[in-house]
Design a protein around this ligand. Structure first.
Ligand SMILES: *Cc1c(COP(=O)(O)O)cnc(C)c1O
Length: 467
């Protein structure tokens, strides 16, 4: 399987190189040359880890023997604390919740990042190499990346977070990890400062090469591929792989819902994909009007969806333009220079056949959490509530017919966002048993100023590759 850049000017790479490279050299995102066809014959009866190996196999291709891949997915999903890995719960006549929060950090990002850490380790050991992973987080991604990489021989991981601006649970999930290859760094600044530091470190090519810097951010294709699996799982569970199933997905960087689109492209009977947005609604405005325009970011109760532009969206644009890298580049230039671009009406109509969207404001999110608790007993985190509220709107608008099963993805455990849950339903949800002592565990984090030289010195002294 070859991978091509959405901007058409970077070399084609295989899975392993795409995994380790992340962003393409021309600034684009890697996508498979063609979506591999996946037959549902033979998938029935597989457990989650088996399904994961079957779905990932064509993407991984000859980068890894099938036996190694099977072992890897078994190891990956073995750390989840629910036997079904991604259990489905019925919440309405034909409506379901798929719980994607039974991994180590209680958010869906574990599905991809647990696999990614192991894929990195496998590839690097084979090559006899080491990497230094550097990233910035505003919350969920940092802890999930740390959990995926902790204790791995070939990987050191440095995660920057804005000091005093992530929740206690989120911070502790990063700072209480004891493994020596994990470095949580509290930066005196906000999330944009953290991200700018990371960019600057990657931009210093000598430093980048010396440390063999790598990223595990949401544009890494392997993350998208790992997320395809639970869409297949949902389609098999509710439709035996024959009846179409719709999904509603609370969305920020468009990585999660794009994986559903890939499942559909692989031939799975995925019906409408409903994109749920909070008030940072660039995606919703696009699916309504065809205009993709950036606006300022407003902080909400669902911080993992507080985005100005959706980084994975470029992959959809590549398809919309008929895989025209030149036009994708022009659109992204226009986004940077004049704040947006528009696609033609015919292209919009095509996109709307596959996607619906809804914008859910803060009041609606709280009302949805309250209603779901009263009607079904389910306590939702605010991200998940955006998704179920969007599902409700899509049903009402006729975007998803009553006879089509609709799965809303529950992307985080409610205990990750206790303040919002308390506001909605009046109590604070308990952390799952195995995280029960999180708030008492000793913390370990470095304090660094918002300064590139200080960050580089810190990494240079601690990354094992420098030794
Ligand atoms: C990251 C995240 C999202 C958004 O997912 P994207 O892939 O960025 O669209 C939604 N909910 C939670 C809890 C998240 O952590």
């Amino acid at each position: 399987m070859n991978y091509v850049s959405t901007r058409g000017e970077a070399p084609d790479l295989n899975f392993e190189d795409v995994l380790l490279t992340g962003l393409a050299r021309d600034g684009g995102l890697y996508v498979p040359q063609s979506a591999p066809a996946l037959s549902t014959d033979g998938l029935a009866g597989l457990d989650y880890a088996g399904l994961a190996a079957a779905v990932l196999a064509p993407f991984v291709d000859d980068a890894m023997p099938r036996g190694d891949l099977e072992r890897l997915t078994r190891d990956t999903y073995g750390v989840f604390d629910h036997a079904a890995i991604a259990p489905l719960k019925q919440i309405g006549p034909n409506d379901w919740l798929m719980e994607l929060f039974h991994g180590p950090t209680l958010a869906f990002k574990d599905f991809a990042l647990q696999a990614l850490g192991r894929l990195f380790d496998h590839a690097l050991k084979r090559r006899g190499e080491r990497v230094t992973i550097l990233g910035a987080t505003s919350g969920d991604t940092g802890s999930a990346a740390i959990e995926g990489c902790r204790g791995r021989d070939a990987v050191d991981i440095f995660i920057l977070f804005p000091k005093g601006r992530v929740s206690d649970v989120q911070r502790r999930q990063m700072t209480t990890v004891e493994d020596a290859n994990v470095h949580a760094i509290a930066v005196d600044g906000d999330f944009d400062d953290c991200q700018a530091l990371v960019k600057a470190a990657f931009g210093d090519l000598a430093f980048r090469d010396r440390m063999n810097l790598s990223a595990v951010n949401s544009i890494n294709w392997a993350r998208v591929a790992a997320q395809v699996v639970y869409y297949v799982h949902g389609v098999m569970a509710l439709g035996a792989g024959r009846r179409p199933v719709a999904f509603s997905v609370p969305s920020g960087n468009f990585g999660n819902v794009f994986a559903g689109h890939i499942a559909r492209r692989m031939g799975l009977p995925v019906d409408r994909l409903v994109v749920g947005a909070n008030v940072n609604d660039i995606l919703h405005r696009f699916f309504e009007t065809g205009a993709y325009r950036r606006q300022g970011v407003v902080p909400t109760m669902s911080p993992s969806m507080d985005i100005q532009v959706a980084s994975n969206f470029e992959r959809l644009l590549y398809e919309i333009t008929g895989r025209d890298g030149i036009r994708v580049r022009a659109m992204m230039d226009s986004l940077r220079q004049s704040g947006g671009f528009e696609i033609p009406p015919a292209a919009l109509a095509q996109v709307q056949a596959g996607f619906a969207s809804a914008r859910i404001d803060e009041e609606e999110t709280l009302a949805e959490m309250r209603r779901m608790h009263a009607e079904t007993g389910e306590v939702l985190d605010p991200h998940t509530a955006v998704g179920t509220a969007a599902a409700r709107k899509a049903r009402a608008a006729g975007d998803v017919p009553a006879e089509t099963p609709l799965i809303s993805l529950a992307t985080a455990h409610p205990a990750k966002f206790p303040d919002a849950v308390e506001r909605a339903v009046g109590f604070r949800p308990a952390l799952p048993e195995r995280l029960g002592d999180l708030m008492e565990r000793p913390e370990r984090a470095a304090d660094l100023p918002n300064d590139l030289a200080a960050l580089q010195k810190f990494i240079g002294e601690r990354a094992r590759i420098a030794a």
